[in-house]
Design a protein around this ligand. Structure first.
Ligand code: HEC
Length: 262
C-alpha cells in the first residue's frame, strides 16, 4: 500500500468545465502535484471521464423517460426508433453539458474526449438498435429494456472498444455484477450523505496504475421511483424489492476508469 501513491481530487461540474474552457488554474487550488503526470494531462482526463459519465447517464435517462412504464397502448403509438433515441440523447446531453454532439469539432474540450464521446454515441445507438425486438414486444415482461440494462450493455461494449471502463454501481446493488470495489464504495458512501453537494463528482489518480477514476452520482427522477421508491421492500414490476428511495435522492453512481497516457 505504501507504494500506492495516490491523491484525491474533488471538484464540481461547473468548476472543471470552466477550468478547461478558460484557465486550468481556476479549480486547481486544492490539487497537489503528481510526480510524472502533469496537471494539464490530469485535467484533460478528468474532463473526458466526466463527459462520458454524463453521456451514459443521458442515455439512461432517455430510456427511462421514454420506455419505462408505458402501457401497451401507449407503446404501440410510440415508435422508439434509433433516430428518436439519438435526437433525444443529443438534446439531453446538450442541456446537461452545454456541448453539441452534432458539432463536436467546435467544442472546447480535449480531442480525446471528442473521440470517445463519438464512440459512446455509436455504441449507445447500436445497443438501442439491437434492442428493437425487446422494445417493440407487446405485453410487458420482467426483462425489459430499462436504464440499467441499457447502461450495462453500453458499458461492456464501450470497454471492449476503447478500454475505458464504464460501470453502474450502488451500495446495495440489485445485480451482484454492479457491486462496488473499495474506491467505488468510499465514493458511494460520501454521495449517500444527504448533505453531500449535488452532482459533485469524486475523482482520483492512481500513480501506480496510471489511471484516473471518476465517480459520477446518479439521482432519482419520478419514474425511477416506480421501481426504486416506496413502499420499501415490496417487489417492483421487475421482481426486485424496492429500495424506498425518495425523489432526487442519490441512487448510485457511474464509475469511469481511464488509463492515463500523456
Ligand atoms: C422498471 C424498473 C426500473 C426503473 C424505472 C429504474 N430502474 Fe434502476 N434498476 C432496475 C433493475 C431491475 C436493476 C438491476 C438490473 C440488472 O439486473 O442489472 C436496476 C439497477 C440500477 C442500478 C445499478 C445498481 C444495481 O442496483 O444493480 C442503478 C444505479 C439504478 N438502477 C438506478 C436507477 C435510476 C437512477 C433510475 C431512474 C433514472 C432507475 N434506476 C430506473 C429497475 C429499474
Amino acid at each position: 500500500m505504501t507504494s500506492r501513491l495516490r491523491w484525491v481530487i474533488t471538484s464540481i461540474l461547473a468548476c472543471t468545465m470552466a477550468g478547461w474552457a478558460s484557465s486550468e488554474g481556476v479549480c486547481a487550488n486544492d490539487r497537489q502535484p503528481e510526480p510524472g503526470v502533469p496537471l494539464h494531462t490530469i485535467l484533460e482526463f478528468e474532463t473526458t471521464a466526466r463527459l462520458l459519465a454524463i453521456l451514459l447517464d443521458s442515455g439512461r435517462n432517455v430510456i427511462n423517460e421514454d420506455l419505462v412504464l408505458l402501457d401497451e397502448r401507449e407503446r404501440a403509438e410510440k415508435d422508439f426508433t434509433v433516430d428518436l433515441f439519438e435526437r433525444q440523447l443529443v438534446d439531453v446531453f446538450r442541456s446537461r453539458s452545454g456541448i453539441d454532439l452534432l458539432d463536436l469539432e467546435a467544442a472546447r474540450i480535449p480531442n480525446r474526449a471528442k473521440k470517445l464521446l463519438k464512440e459512446l454515441v455509436v455504441v449507445s445507438k447500436q445497443v438501442v438498435a439491437e434492442a428493437q425486438p425487446e422494445i417493440n414486444r407487446r405485453g410487458g415482461s420482467t426483462k425489459e429494456f430499462i436504464p440499467a440494462i441499457f447502461g450495462a450493455r453500453v458499458g461492456i461494449r464501450f470497454t471492449e472498444r476503447t478500454h475505458v471502463r464504464l460501470k453502474q454501481t450502488a451500495l446495495a446493488p440489485r445485480n451482484p455484477l454492479n457491486a462496488p470495489d473499495a474506491v467505488e464504495r468510499a465514493a458511494l458512501t460520501a454521495f449517500a450523505d444527504s448533505s453531500y453537494p449535488l452532482e459533485k463528482v469524486i475523482s482520483e489518480v492512481t500513480a501506480k496504475s496510471r489511471s484516473l477514476r471518476l465517480m459520477f452520482p446518479l439521482y432519482t427522477t419520478r419514474k425511477c421511483l416506480d421501481c426504486h421508491g416506496d413502499p420499501k421492500g415490496e417487489l417492483d414490476r421487475t421482481g426486485y424489492p424496492r429500495e424506498g428511495f425518495q425523489l432526487g435522492q442519490n441512487a448510485g453512481a457511474i464509475s469511469v476508469v481511464i488509463q492515463i497516457r500523456p
